[in-house]
Design a protein around this ligand. Structure first.
Ligand code: GUN
Ligand code: ZN
Length: 479
């Protein structure tokens, strides 16, 4: 069913994609997504020669203008998945036995694997691998936690551009750390110079405009423990200059609270702040006194936010900072579970992150499936069975919102860029079995929700037949 990918230099022609279309239309608030779910069992998506959605609706109502337009058929059509937190230099480190929780795993597995990216040949191979993995998983847009090494970042951006995917990335900054991390560390000034250089060379390199660019850059300290007050202050100054250009901020927050010697205790111990968030909010001096500029805002995403204080959630909501929720990774590292209902109630936007390699799954719909499982297992009134529309929203539109790119992608509204996936259930027999023969309610609306749930939770990579960004099929790099 999939056609040969068109090279970016070849002009597109208008095309109709006919399938069961699901998406979350409009721009709903997180607690109102169910009413914005669109299901078109025999739907049509018209993609114009500019790679934009020209029309979407029932195939039977296709406007006369498109009567002779070529048609590609598939079983299902979804907006492209958005991965809000994925580590490129951990591409090969999924399912690595760390011998403990976050801090042990970083020392034993992650710092050594990330050190390998200093080698240009290794980095180029890894960039191709990472890009292939993204296409296989239908991840059209991603916030990519970068490598410490500029040569590896250059390879990542080059491969992403060639493949036609979207990316926000930034070198992972570490100015302090344990011996195992020594190859990843730089001095304070070099750290900032390298980030500034990456912004200069790669931010919005494809269009020059952060509202339309597919390649964008962020300021990315690994976490508060891998930097100092001086680094955070210098980053705040750089961000004040760069914010207006649409530059991003990305890091980890409140992931692991093993009593006494976990990440959160270590951060609060090192900085003497009232909250972990304060360290990113310019309040990194003892007692949370202001020492610099904030790094929070609409283009800021913090991964995990499992163990936040109410004031931290309120501050993220107030500043428009998003959370990349990473339940698969949190299971892997024993980090606990982000409280879904309390976090939604606080008004923070919540996208999903694979958190490769602590997460051992590239496919964002499977991360959504893990979200379903962990939140139904939360204690007492906190427990909730997430609505299928909430899962689809978290995997697509909420991710675009976290990247402040909701105007461009995340759903299939007319006028947006055509970022979408075609799914063929026959490419993976269990999916065909679940969707064709699975039990369904007699109520039509309920049956539609059940079908969407099965599609999302039951989907596996082989059934993703084709991946499109701006109307062009993504091109997988060679081995
Ligand atoms: N905190 C600091 N670095 C990391 C990382 O690489 N992965 C995860 N999951 N948490 C972190
Ligand atoms: Zn992470």
């Amino acid at each position: 069913m999939s056609m040969k990918p068109t090279s970016p230099s070849v002009a597109l022609v208008t095309r109709v994609y006919r399938a069961h279309v699901f998406h979350i239309a409009g721009a709903p608030a997180q607690d109102d997504v169910a009413s914005h779910l669109v299901s078109l069992p025999d739907g049509a998506l018209v993609v114009d020669a500019d790679g934009r959605v020209a029309w979407v609706g029932p195939y039977a109502s296709l406007p006369e203008d498109y009567a002779t337009t070529p048609v590609t058929r598939a079983d299902y059509l979804l907006p492209g998945f958005v991965d809000g937190h994925i580590h490129y230099p951990q591409s090969y480190a999924t399912a690595a036995h760390g011998g403990g929780q976050l801090l042990e795993w970083l020392d034993h597995c992650i710092f050594p694997t990330e050190g390998q990216f200093a080698d240009p040949e290794f980095a180029h191979r890894a960039a191709r691998y990472f890009t292939r993995r993204r296409i296989a998983a239908g991840t059209t847009a991603a916030m990519v936690f970068g490598s410490a090494f500029p040569v590896a970042q250059d390879a990542l951006y080059e491969e992403t551009l060639k493949a036609g995917l979207r990316i926000v990335s930034g070198r992972g900054v570490q100015t302090v750390g344990p011996a195992a991390a020594s190859s990843l560390l730089t001095g304070e000034k070099e750290a900032i110079d390298l980030v500034a250089d990456e912004i200069d060379r790669w931010h919005a390199v494809d269009t020059g405009d952060p509202r339309t660019a597919r390649v964008q850059v962020g300021i990315v300290p690994r976490f508060s423990l891998s930097v100092t007050r001086e680094t955070l202050a210098a980053m705040g100054e750089l961000y004040d200059e760069a914010r207006g250009k649409g530059v991003y901020f990305h890091s980890h927050l409140n992931e692991n609270n093993r009593k006494g010697d976990g990440e959160i205790a270590a951060v609060l111990g090192a900085y003497g702040t009232e909250t972990y968030l304060d360290t990113y909010d310019g309040r990194f001096l003892e007692g949370s006194k202001v020492g610099g500029r904030t790094l929070l805002g609409r283009r800021s995403t913090l991964a995990h936010a499992v163990h936040c204080q109410p004031s931290e959630l309120a501050r993220m909501a107030e500043t428009g900072t998003s959370i990349a929720h990473c339940p698969t990774s949190q299971l892997f590292l024993g980090s606990g579970t982000m409280p879904w209902r309390a976090t939604v109630a606080a008004g923070v936007n919540i996208g999903l992150g694979s958190d490769i390699g602590a997460g051992d799954e590239w496919l964002i719909s499977r991360v959504a499936g893990d979200a379903y499982k962990v939140h139904i297992s939360e204690e007492g009134d906190a427990g909730t069975a997430l609505h299928p529309a909430e899962l689809l929203f978290a995997a697509t539109l909420a991710g675009a919102r976290a990247l402040d790119m909701e105007h461009a992608f995340g759903n299939l509204d007319a006028g947006k860029d055509a970022d979408f996936l075609l799914i063929d259930k026959n490419l993976w027999e269990p999916l065909e079995g679940m969707l064709t023969t699975g039990i369904r309610s007699d109520d039509e609306d309920q049956a539609t929700l059940e079908e969407l749930f099965t599609l999302l939770v039951g989907l596996r990579q082989p059934a993703i037949a084709a991946v499109y960004v701006q109307g062009r099929e993504a091109i997988a790099p060679p081995l």
